[in-house]
Design a protein around this ligand. Sequence first.
Ligand code: HEC
Length: 174
Amino acid sequence: MASFALAISFGLPLAWAGTPTVEPETVPDVLIRQHGTRLPKVAPVEEDYARNCQGCHGHEGHSVTEVPRLQGRAGWFTHTREGRAYLVQVPNVQQAALSDERLATMLNWLLAQFSSEQLKPGFEPYSAAEVHALRAQPLESVIARRREVIDGLVRAGVIPDATALAFSLEPGRY
Ligand code: HEC
């Protein structure tokens, strides 16, 4: 029993030596508090994604087929001016409860994290000012704009055809 208790109190911090951890008393879960378990701290940008986006888009940028996959795809949008704007103007991004600065940081993180290989060569990260200006022009119809943007990506030769960015909800049904 003593060695078990030792393993609990010393095993986890040793295993994560160097990883920043959260103070157990600040964690909502009672068992974590009682055991003093040290959980790894997530970076603020990851927390912004987790709180605002992950529920639909998944921890790694993909989830159910009704939600478009960001992993291995989102970067394609950065190849055209309209696509770059669309990434900010898509309603759940445009309306996210995040400042322009935090949203710009999170979009840049998301693109690097999930879709760096698809990014336009020489991709310029979003700035807070660019995000601010784009958010001020919400889309009238996300379905119509998504189609236009994807047609533009096909015309520009970024993707072979629209199926490269398809998801299972038929446009017009949502
Ligand atoms: C309620 C579910 C939901 C949440 C929350 C959500 N999204 Fe989305 N996201 C969607 C859907 C559905 C689409 C397809 C376009 C549409 O219908 O708005 C989409 C489209 C996108 C796109 C464009 C990709 C494409 O193929 O059209 C990006 C980028 C994106 N979301 C990022 C985010 C980010 C970043 C957040 C958090 C700030 C977020 N989303 C939150 C459901 C969600």
